[in-house]
Design a protein around this ligand. Structure first.
Ligand SMILES: [Zn+2]
Ligand SMILES: [Zn+2]
Length: 268
């Protein structure tokens, strides 16, 4: 519904040699929840993506499906910075395979605020990358009875804002996070898709099952001065979901020592 296939399909078709079919408009993914709150998402994002995959497979009599789900809010580790958390779920019903990828990015315009003046709205809109990124208006935060979505021109913004301001004396302006209205989000979904393709193509060295993936991350990369273990990543553990074969990969970020700046002994 939100044209995510424009970034997902080219990557997966090339990586997997598949042909992507887009469900027609009768497959309404908004029933799994909308960002603007008319339909609340009652399951977590992974479950929502799994449900979309299974539903699409049933409708189109396919065994492979991919679905994406995004969440927005304060970044989990960086305070006061908004984050875009994109999850992609790939399922293969025939072989009972599920592979997921996640991309967490701060490259998002996600924001919303209550306004009473056009000048303040103009400043907010410019910061929110409008009009390349669309906006949503409503009478107040979380109101779902009167809202206008997908506003993508200054003319329409001014016209709608003046209508809301004269009717309510205020207007809540927020970023429209639907992918086709938000090029920043589209780029994060694209990055998540690349991760997904890489994970699917990562196969077990023993049995060649797809989705040979990291299951554990171990810290302890040594300091380049004193050799003490730091909190930086020393090794990844990969495990096969089929035969349970595990492998450790040392120095996954391509460096064998860490800068003394990050050492608790050299730089307490
Ligand atoms: Zn295996
Ligand atoms: Zn040190």
């Amino acid at each position: 519904m939100h044209q995510k296939e424009s970034v997902i399909a080219p990557i997966l078709e090339k990586a997997l040699g598949v042909e992507i079919i887009i469900p027609d408009s009768s497959f309404n993914t908004d029933t799994f929840g909308t960002f603007s709150g008319e339909v609340e998402r009652t399951v977590d994002p992974i479950e929502a993506a799994q449900l979309k995959c299974i539903k699409a497979c049933q409708l189109y009599d396919c065994s492979l499906a991919v679905a994406s789900e995004g969440s927005f809010g304060p970044h989990p580790t960086l305070f006061f910075v908004p984050g875009d958390d994109e999850i992609l779920v790939f399922i293969d019903l025939e072989n009972k395979i599920e592979i997921r990828a996640r991309e967490l990015s701060t490259a998002t315009n996600f924001a919303g605020s209550l306004f009473t003046s056009w000048d303040d709205i103009k400043a907010f809109a410019a910061k929110a990358l409008f009009p390349s990124h669309a906006l949503i208006l409503r009478s107040e935060k979380d109101d779902t009875t009167h809202l206008t979505k997908g506003i993508d021109s200054w003319e329409a913004l001014e016209q709608h804002c003046s209508a809301y301001l004269s009717q309510y004396g205020q207007v809540f302006v927020e970023t429209d996070m639907r992918a086709m209205h938000n090029p920043s989000r589209m780029r994060v979904i694209e990055a998540a898709t690349q991760k997904l393709a890489d994970k699917i193509l990562s196969t077990c060295p023993q049995c060649h099952w797809p989705g040979f993936d990291v299951v554990d991350v171990r810290a302890g990369l040594p300091c380049s001065w004193c050799g003490s273990p730091t909190n930086s990543t020393l090794c990844y553990t990969y495990q096969c979901k089929k035969c349970n074969h595990t492998e450790e990969k040392l120095y996954p970020h391509g460096k064998q020592t860490e800068e003394p700046t990050f050492c608790d002994y050299c730089n307490p």
